[in-house]
Design a protein around this ligand. Sequence first.
Ligand code: GDP
Ligand code: MG
Length: 747
Amino acid sequence: MSQAQVQCPHRREGGEAKHIALKEVRIALAGNPNCGKTTAFNEYTGTHQHVGNYPGVTVDKKEGFISLDGTEVLMVDLPGTYSLTAYSQEEIVTRAVLAPEKVEEKPLAVIDLVDTSALERNLFLTVQIMEMGLPVVLACNMMDEARKAGIHVDTELLGKQLGIPVVGTVARSGEGLKEALRQAVAFGRRSGTPLDISYGQDLDPVLVRMEHVLLENKVLTDRYPARWIALKVLENDSEILKQLEKTPNVAARLRSERETVAEHLRNTLQTSPEAVIADYRYGFIRSVLRSGAIRQESARDRLALSDKLDKVLTNTLLGPIIMLAVLYAMFQLTFVIGAYPQGWVEDGFGWLGDTVSGLMPDGFLKSLIVSGVIDGLGGVMSFVPLIIIMFTLVAILEDFGYMARMAYMLDRVFRAFGLHGASVMPFIIAGGIAGGCAIPGVMATRTLRSPKEKLATLLTLPYMACGAKLPVFLLLVGVFFPENPARSMFLLTLAGWAAALIMARIMRSTIIRGESTPFVMELPPYRIPTLRSVITHCWERTWMYLKKAGTVLVAVSILIWASMTFPTLDPEQAAPMETRIAALQEKVDALAEDDAARAPLEEELASVQAALSEAELQNSVAGRLGMAIEPLTRPLGFDWRTDVALLGGIAAKEAIVSTLGTAYSLGEQDPEEATSLAERLAQDPNWNKGTAVALMLFVLLYSPCFVALVVIRQEAGSWGWVAFSMLFNTAFAYVVAAVAYRIVMAL
Ligand code: GDP
Ligand code: MG
């Protein structure tokens, strides 16, 4: 187990500037979820990773360089885990970093960050890392809170008991972090014997025999300590068992050892090896803590305040009511406050379009810039103020610790639908509180332990009202249900939830059948959110939206514009109308501003222009495609322009409104008098409440967007589920929208 000087294979760019070859070491940062790891990592490396008062925010491992007294340290931020079994993605990632396939990638030491106020639970992971044979430095984090709570830690005594360095830290302020790192580098260079604790008279002899078999056959022992492998076999660890299968005779012997002792434990103590192992680990931890290293002074502390708050906020009766009230308040706040800046942005883009339109000569370029780029971008950007407000509110709730309570309260509801309390965060990120995005939502399902619950979650979360669908809703609600926009939006969000939950239930009793797993998430103590954290959160999400808007959407918008403009109308067909327009225009221009004969002429001119635009659009690629599918969507009340927009929406949902905008502004009689899209829809006889409801439901439920599909492929592991998402969701949306259309039209 020696790992003296680890050379890092990939050095940071720009390292040539330093002439002396620096020593590079790898230090891993481990800990339970929500113990402050990301905060510490950011403090160490000066980066701005997402910090959240919600377990399971970090799933991927992240790396960063720090130099410390001439040593270059590569710090690896591990996902938060409570344990090192192979149940979840985080645990598997963590194990792979602690015991990598390539020996040279093994960390020199681990800084294990623990929440000092919850040492007993946190040390469960510490013990397991030590059993893996890695030198561990214990960073007792959130010392500030512990102090306030009257918890006194004798770090020296605790260190002596555990046989490792212990440092008190406050990740938020950086206190103690450097010291912890220094200790880790120093300790890593001299230590490396795995922790060896007793697992009692039943298991100890079995462990020794198994270790013997492993060492004799040199199976996996270059990667893990033999005793640790033996423990994992006793815990029935699927990953280790799979690796052992490569040497079938060894695997068979170990399995038979496990079966014998498991049988014995069942008969004598009605228990299992896993349970005995956990009991002894906790027993070891308790004996360490009883040594006097930890003293609790008073109960008048923040945790008690947290508990008091929880009595109200998670109360069986009051809790759900407060939760709904909070969600509803978020809506009202967002839409009432957001209406102002949204109007300014819209006006701004309107002005820009008019100005550019006035400056440029007529032609394709003008059409491209005004109808393709400015209109497209305007539709997307006007939504940014709402996103900012919504995300600020979400960030505050998340940092405050309320999101975790929502997960806790909703766990029972979710369970009834075959999901898990931990599905809540993915759903909320995806737009459970309208304004999220399915892409990070799908990625957040990695925190779910059971693959089946994960699959059910990620397949149903695209039904949520994501930020990109909101402009469609806002537009249609504004035109057809202006009496109470907030209520309509709230109902749509609920419709998304209902669809997701019902579908999840159906899937969990048909195509993804299986057991449900218990809820194991911690409720973090309530904390006052920091300004920096709220801003970082909000900015990250807004930036993601802007990036998408700025790249994919402009490209999509241009593509759609092109498909709506080309091929151009046959000159033979266009010429007669164009001549008439020119002739009419001439007559109009010849008349004085207030001439009574002007009005009927202008009317005629407008109708000919509209006929021409219509003919042009119908002749284009998009128009032909839209018209080809128009008969199909007639039961929903959609015409071919809507169909074109919906096709664009598969590329990115944001494209729906911008495409509609382009479609209608291209069909406009007079660009000088360009009415807004909302006014156009209000006047159009093809549009009514039924069409609006059908379109909103269709957009809510139909195929996820292109990028979401790519992430679904990643997380679900097969293109089959991608095809399912596209086809099934679209078919489902079709049926729901058709039924809704019938109902509204009948009313
Ligand atoms: P992670 O899940 O382990 O990555 O934890 P985060 O870094 O996301 O932190 C969780 C929450 O704890 C955030 O609200 C942090 O601001 C807060 N936090 C982190 N370290 C400390 C600390 O030392 N003291 C206090 N009071 N809060 C902390
Ligand atoms: Mg984190």
